[in-house]
Design a binder for this molecule. Structure first.
Ligand code: PEP
Ligand code: MN
Length: 338
């Protein structure tokens, strides 16, 4: 429920709305806007007496959010969320933000070389898994803490920000100490204790769509993070499982405009996991940007044949540079910069 204040409502009137919401046993989230302030009521269990709020001085109207997710919806917040980093970088604004790097951090020389290559081609964030969710317990599981240290070294070396995955509640605080953005992977999209924990880390979270999750389920998972007080969430379409087996997953490009309409949160696309095939990554990356994605997550490896994970879908550095050159043509055609 959203309590919209009149244009020119006083601070005292806004405070009274907040106090009334709290008295009723709910949380209040004041949101100053360009035109007027709105106060969100969090925790609506269906028993809220709206007339009590409507009658307060300075209140223009009370809006019932019709979607099952509340704080992530456009009804709750009409303007796009823009996530600002101390370096000046922003996700969700005009600029398309490209995150690139290997699937896994494998060694110091590998991650530094990848970081330099993707930065030189125009990426602004380095990706690389230190904790890897693998289908088989016998596959490479990642370097763990050592991988995080190597990512930090690559950041020092190149100035790139870092996005890397946290696999569980036990490990997320450690990951958040190193990462600029904490990734929650597809397999964990409905790990609700991890989502709640991510709501308390005080860092932006990249939430990937589950392998068989609907868009509503993705947005409800994001709601868990916002409900804990962290509004810095970036959604990621990374392909879903369908009957089609030619590609690793089916890249759901249509999810991008759908999410844009339903939510104010930024959404990026991961055509590497979305297709699983190197030669399909560039066309799907182009399509995602044309469809309105706020950024891309792309796997890049110097020697994909010898990669410890996901080599088949990793671009070689020169292919990544070619993709960036193509995106510089597409981005302005859809009103974006890169
Ligand atoms: C990844 O980005 O490395 C990853 C494991 O992706 P997903 O969770 O989408 O499978
Ligand atoms: Mn991968």
């Amino acid at each position: 429920m959203l309590i919209v204040m009149q244009h020119g409502a006083t601070e005292a009137e806004i405070r009274r709305v907040v106090a009334t919401i709290e008295e009723m046993g709910y949380q209040a989230r004041p949101m100053p806007g360009r035109q007027r302030t709105a106060v969100g009521l969090v925790g609506n269990d269906g028993k809220v007496d709206a007339s009590r709020l409507e009658a307060l001085p300075g209140v223009l109207e009370v809006i019932h959010v019709t979607q099952p997710y509340k704080q992530v919806s456009r009804e709750w917040k009409a303007e796009n969320t823009v996530i600002q980093f101390p370096s000046g970088l922003a996700i969700g604004g005009d600029e398309i933000v490209v995150m690139a790097g290997p699937c896994s951090v494998e060694s110091e020389s590998q991650i530094i070389a990848a970081a330099r290559a993707v930065r030189d081609a125009g990426a602004v964030i380095l990706r690389g898994g230190a904790f890897k969710p693998r289908t088989s317990p016998y596959s490479f599981q990642g370097l763990g803490k050592k991988g995080l240290e190597l990512l930090a070294r690559a950041r020092e070396e190149t100035g790139l920000l870092i996005v890397t995955e946290a696999m569980d509640s036990e490990g997320i605080d450690l990951v958040a100490r190193y990462a600029d953005i904490v990734q929650i992977g597809a397999r964990n999209m409905q790990n609700f204790s991890l989502l709640k924990h991510a709501g308390r880390i005080g860092k932006p979270v990249l939430l990937k769509r589950g392998i068989s999750a609907t868009i509503t389920e993705l947005l409800l998972s994001a709601e868990y993070i916002l409900a804990e007080g962290n509004a810095q969430v970036i959604l990621c379409e990374r392909g879903i499982r369908t009957f089609e087996s030619y590609t690793r997953n089916t890249m759901d490009i249509s999810a991008i405009p759908v999410v844009k309409k339903l939510s104010h949160l930024p959404i990026i696309a991961d055509p590497s996991h979305g297709t699983g095939r190197r030669d399909k990554v560039i066309p799907m990356a182009r399509a995602a940007v044309a469809a309105g994605a706020d950024g891309l997550l792309i796997e890049v490896h110097h020697d994909p044949e010898r990669a410890l994970s996901d080599g088949a879908q990793s671009l070689r550095p020169e292919q990544f540079a070619e993709l960036m050159a193509q995106l510089r043509i597409i981005a302005p055609a859809v009103g974006r910069t890169i």
